[in-house]
Write a protein that binds this ligand. Structure first.
Ligand SMILES: [Zn+2]
Ligand SMILES: [Zn+2]
Length: 387
């Protein structure tokens, strides 16, 4: 089955929603306009129940099928937030807010799920209940976790949950997925080295923090190369290195470093945190300096459940003709929290040849809309077939 005819009809309307959202990006939990617009549309579609303020600015809509003999409840989730990037697409509907931009395509995700909600509320050709979930703050704020903490799954009786993300480089409107670990755990750390500052011409009277910190940067590379099992994925990157002095002739008292750790299993995550801390403290101590590690566990590994992944892939194949095997992604995705609470699956939909997500020239490809909407609708109609 190719895309549903109804979505070909709705394509211009959904595109207009998408471009309006693109013009009005909002960051993290501050998705006030977007959330209000989503709630308003869900109301117009005739959703049976609409809840706002879940996970601060999250919105939820409930759509009941023609019958409910199955007693099944499926959650469909989209993200709504933009990124702090200065847009350089040059499109006529470019961001009206300098420094904020829909550079990850969440404008497309929100619009496609709205399109699916409109269709599902119109047709109700299923036996059970659909819960459409619109979350804020995917880009670092953990909006998915906040919605879960607000009781999203229990309150709406969600039994399974599905998510979708556009993917530049994958042919437009095609799909890719993988079972098991899919997106990485994304931890962050701040590391401060304290030594003894002094005159650059008298290093013997100082404890040179730049030398100590440099040893730590190099040693951190051995976590991936010497400590981790070579078949396990792990990335340790130090991304910021700042000294407390900017002068030519001063050995700085302190060095502040920042970085991120990406792993695909709890074992690798524990290993990275332990080794990074041990190396930093040990190396600093051996030079008479001190290291203070502040390590934050951010999004967990996002794990696709076997059965739901197989189902999601078969639906994708019916919409697009086939479904590819997706690669592991070392980026993070806070849908991980929802998949920790309920079985489900997360799929990639091709954005065609476009700039990468998070790039100032990236733009969601509106041609993807009918395929994305059809996947959502088919998930519902095939998982909960009308009695
Ligand atoms: Zn993103
Ligand atoms: Zn994204």
């Amino acid at each position: 089955m190719p895309v549903k005819n109804r979505f070909a009809e709705l394509h211009p309307e959904i595109t207009a929603w998408r471009q309006d959202l693109h013009e009005n990006p909002e960051l993290l939990f501050d998705t006030h306009r977007t959330s209000a617009l989503v709630a308003e549309k869900l109301k117009t579609f005739g959703c049976d129940e609409i809840a706002t303020g879940i996970g601060r600015t999250g919105v939820v809509g409930v759509i009941r099928g023609k019958s409910d003999r199955s007693g099944r409840v499926i959650g469909l989730r989209a993200d709504m937030d933009a990124l702090p990037i200065l847009e350089q697409t040059g499109v006529e509907y470019a961001s009206k807010t300098p420094g904020a931009m829909h550079a990850c395509g969440h404008d497309g995700h929100t619009s496609m799920l709205l399109g699916a909600a409109k269709y599902l509320a119109e047709t109700r050709n299923f036996d059970g209940t659909v819960v459409v979930i619109f979350q804020p703050a995917e880009e670092g704020g953990g909006g998915g976790l906040e919605m879960c903490k607000d009781g999203l799954m229990d309150r709406f009786g969600i039994q399974e949950v599905y998510g979708m993300h556009n993917w530049p480089g994958l042919p437009s409107g095609s799909f890719a997925i993988r079972p098991g670990p899919f997106f990485a755990a994304t931890d962050i750390f701040n590391l401060e080295i304290e030594g003894l500052g002094g005159h650059a011409a008298k290093p013997n009277e100082t404890i040179d923090t730049t030398v100590v910190a440099s040893q730590i940067v190099m040693a951190a590379q051995t976590i991936a190369s010497r400590n981790a099992d070579p078949v396990d994925q792990i990335v340790v990157s130090i991304t910021s290195f700042e000294t407390s002095s900017k002068a030519y002739n001063v050995i700085p008292q302190r060095v502040m470093m920042k970085g991120t750790v990406r792993t695909m299993s709890p074992k690798m995550r524990d290993l990275a945190q332990t080794r990074l801390t041990t190396l930093a403290e040990g190396i600093a101590a051996s030079f008479g300096a001190t290291a203070r590690m502040d390590y934050t566990r951010n999004y967990p590994v996002m794990v696709n459940h076997e059965e739901q992944t197989e189902f999601a892939a078969s639906v994708a194949a019916s919409v697009a003709g086939s479904c590819a095997d997706a690669p592991l992604v070392m980026g993070g995705e806070d849908f991980a929290y929802m998949l920790e609470e309920r079985p489900g699956a997360y799929i990639l939909v091709g954005n065609g040849e476009s700039a990468a997500v998070h790039h100032p020239e990236y733009n969601f490809n509106d041609e993807v809309i009918p395929a994305g909407c059809s996947w959502w609708a088919e998930i519902v109609e095939r998982r909960m077939p009308a009695a």
